[in-house]
Design a protein around this ligand. Sequence first.
Ligand code: ANZ
Ligand code: ZN
Length: 852
Amino acid sequence: MARYNFKETEAKWQQVWAEKRCFNVEVDETKPKYYVLEMFPYPSGRIHMGHVRNYTLGDVVARYKKARGFNVLHPMGWDAFGLPAENAAIENKVHPAKWTYENIASMRTQLQGMGLSYDWEREIATCHPDYYRHEQRMFLDFHKAGLAYRKESWVNWDPVENTVLANEQVIDGRGWRSGALVEKKLLSQWFLKITDYAEELLQAIQTLERWPDRVRLMQHNWIGRSEGARVFFPIVGRDEKLEVFTTRHDTLFGASFCAISPNHPLAGALAANNAELTAFIAECNRIGTSEAAIETAEKKGFDTGLKAIHPLDPSWQVPIYVANFVLMEYGTGAIFGCPAHDQRDLDFARKYGLPVIPVVKPTDTDAVAIGDTAFPGEGVLFNSRFLDGLPVESAKTRMAEELRRLDAGQPTISYRLRDWGVSRQRYWGCPIPFIHCQDCGIVPVPEQDLPVELPEDVTFDAPGNPLDRHPTWKHVSCPECGKPATRETDTFDTFFESSWYFARFADARGAEAFDRNKADYWLSVDQYIGGIEHAVLHLLYSRFFMRALKKCGYTDVEEPFAGLLTQGMVCHETYKDENGKWLFPSQVAKDADGRSVSVEDGRPVTVGRSEKMSKSRKNVVDPVHIIDSYGADTARLFMLSDSPPERDLDWTDSGIDGAWRYLNRLHRLIGEPSFALPAPDAPRPDTLGDKAAAAEKALHKTIAGISEDLDKFHFNKAVARIREFSNLLETLDGKTDGEGWALRRGLETLVQLIGPMTPHLAEELWALLGHETLLAETAWPVADPALLVDDSVTVAIQVNGKLRGTIELPRDCAKEDAEQAALALPAVIQQLDGKAPRKVIVVPNRIVNVVG
Ligand code: ANZ
Ligand code: ZN
């Protein structure tokens, strides 16, 4: 028989599965449902190894659950709005829609070549009006429910991309894509009120038991709950109070200054007639609004000359500064500084010559001298009037009471979580369905006018938003008064689309966003699989979105993803030539002495450590090329066998080669048997020889083991078990003692067990074994519990009650046999010192105690 022809085989079965609609599903109340979803890709045009890993993992789960009798929903679609399409439009003069849909077409072909068990009839592209029309409607509903609002706000402005960036898109003060230094800018923006759900989103993290702890912790920290107090400081000579947020109101008697954010209204008011302050504020605004940017910048302040009166002592005044480290978006945008107990305040106080007043000391010391290091720790209060002698926590409580009594403050909770700014000054996104009227203000687009579609005739030859400069699109009449008005030209942040796509998959062609009954049946997603980089944004936005949709009556489901698996990265060695230039793996070979050299000129190449595959380091291997040369099953098997899914995986030529050779071996084992197997339905012989009996037991143990591995996503262990089992089957010669029967059963089971992992080869072998039905439609094999029990047991051997060794004995063997075996043990002979035992007590299958 010829070598395994994966090209023909893989194409053949992909076609059969599609024709028979094996993976197309409908709501079926008679079956348990299982919804498995991989994070949908951005249609960049080509799949990369990260995709291959992600979708292989999902496909194994989907096929396995289907075989286990679940009604499995496994859909795929495209996260199709976003900047790269616009960049392509600018660089290559191709329309973003054309670019996107062409990329989708080629990526779909690539994915189909992997043999993934998707219900392609549910495919969605978020840039299609049939998708985004629903989110325009949702946004109007959110607005009605008070969950969407507009406000002037400071934004991170990327001067190269000409767009607003979310804080998360600012990395070390630079735009995540452009790398440009981010500026601050005041703009009117749309926001979603995710902060309304801060507490709920935080509490419900506890219910996400099938999420990785790491992601749960990241969400916890992102929400960032702080218990503290608001404290009001009257301002000298002004009829207003400065409201600060603190988590350490116990240290109020150590206050030596107040500071406000450069974007605090008071700072703005003072700057109106103070050029120096205006300049200072402008300087502060040149660093981004992200916490990281503020954290790393040198701490600077500007003395406003104003004084704040201590809330507990009218005769005590402290200066008010504008300080670059105070964030307008956190707490109240104002603080009081306590240098003795906060390092940042201490640095600030030293820089500007402000007093340092210690008020907390460690329990075991009397003296406290503050040098260059603040004392932020636990201890007892002193120097603090009615708080003296109290530990920190009690002092907070006592101070809160006093503040309340004086009407000078109250306990409060602050969250680090900010409302989600969704406006982007971009063309290739979902238009925000509002109209600006001079007389009526902000007016929603009437529902019957939805969707607001993107105009196609736009130009990309100037910076800024093409929607804004389109000659006609934005000019409309006001739906309320009929006068000329203009459309909102901002589009949604693309995280908007990915916040509900999993619900659309439940009813991908429905006239509504999704049919409630269908969504109730399919949601939550039982198993979501994707990268850890989405631990906060996408995963938190989606959790918020479901709650917002619930509030607006769309669904009762609150948590979108019941289970989450975050897969590790695909890594590869890096290569540099003699000039320090990166080389692709395909440009490197080994010479006769095993040294790495350049394919082109044979010159030596420096091999660097394995790192995440990235275009910039060129350490990428093109999956399409691998699939063309070895087939999808080989790529899939290697992805699964190398390491557990959560860990990083090292892509190696030898690994892929090993997987390829193994699949060929399986093909030979079944395709070219050395003897004729009994018929598929041949009955089990009444008696089996030793080898056949052992194979039968191994078979049931393998079924049980692999089922457990797949339930726990231990795919690499499952592959190891497959190999072990196939090694054993290779030792059966099939001629006598029921070995032929055992071999047939073994091979059939083996094929079933590899089905989820290497589905094409498995389907082919299933047919070769004589089956007319599809393996993809075949139920998972069941392990017989009786055959999982071991034949031998480990028995403890004691002499006078003391353990002297263990021996393996046949289960339920005769007492005399156990006794004899124990007495033959050298350690026992030695203990008895040549004498006969007085008595031997046998506890069957457990202990033999020799009494001497
Ligand atoms: C006085 C004080 C004394 C503070 C002390 C700390 C230690 P977390 O735990 O992260 O919530 N803070 C409050 N609002 C701020 C803002 N908008 N920008 C920058 N810093 C701000 O931190 C709360 C603490 O961070 C608050 O408690 C406040 O400083 C500061 F010995 O108040 B503290
Ligand atoms: Zn109007």
